[in-house]
Ligand binder design. Structure first.
Ligand code: S3P
Length: 172
């Protein structure tokens, strides 16, 4: 069954947009980070702290494969780094997959993330200036992987409903 995959940098709105999309098109939404937390019984922060990022990427890849191989139709919200490790980007073009990159500018990401960073181990300890620089560099490095998505939707200056409508018209 079809899998609709939303991807993009931390703070681009994947989960919020996926929840509204799920309500409108009546297809269940699974957040990959939450799925990993349930599967391991650990928060994303504790996985990073206890086992390190490489271990997290391994678990993330396995969890992504599990969801892709399940027989149900679903919307999957990836973690910001998912497409960039373990050749996960190649899975964005698979059969029965519709992948959508939610593209946001550095400014949008910075504004959203500076208010909400404690649950994100990669940026939790950075001050504003460090964070802006980190986002700019990281987004540049990751763009290649994000651009492997079949569709791209800009989210800057749009409401959640506008972005959801853009995705609904892609799916039509
Ligand atoms: C990460 C993004 C997070 C989470 C982990 C690593 C990343 O997901 O998977 O903290 O590498 O960008 P969100 O994009 O949902 O915050």
């Amino acid at each position: 069954m079809r899998k609709i995959i939303l991807l993009g940098y931390m703070g681009c709105g994947k989960s919020t947009i996926a929840k509204t999309l799920s309500r409108i098109i009546r297809i269940p939404f699974v957040d990959l980070d939450e799925y990993i937390e349930e599967k391991t019984n650990l928060s994303i922060n504790s996985i990073f702290e206890k086992h390190g990022e490489i271990y997290f990427r391994k678990v993330e890849h396995e969890a992504f494969l599990e969801l892709l191989n399940s027989s149900e139709e679903m919307i999957i919200g990836l973690g910001g780094g998912t497409p960039c490790y373990a050749n996960n980007h190649e899975l964005l073009k698979g059969e029965n997959v519709v992948s959508v990159y939610l593209r946001a500018s550095i400014e949008t990401l910075f504004n959203r993330l500076s208010a909400n960073k404690s649950k994100r181990p990669l940026i939790a300890n950075k001050n504003d200036e460090e964070m802006k620089e980190f986002i700019a560099m990281h987004l540049f490095e990751r763009s290649f992987y994000y651009n492997q998505a079949q569709y791209k939707v800009n989210v800057d200056n749009k409401t959640i409903d506008q972005v959801v409508l853009d995705i609904v018209s892609i799916l039509a």
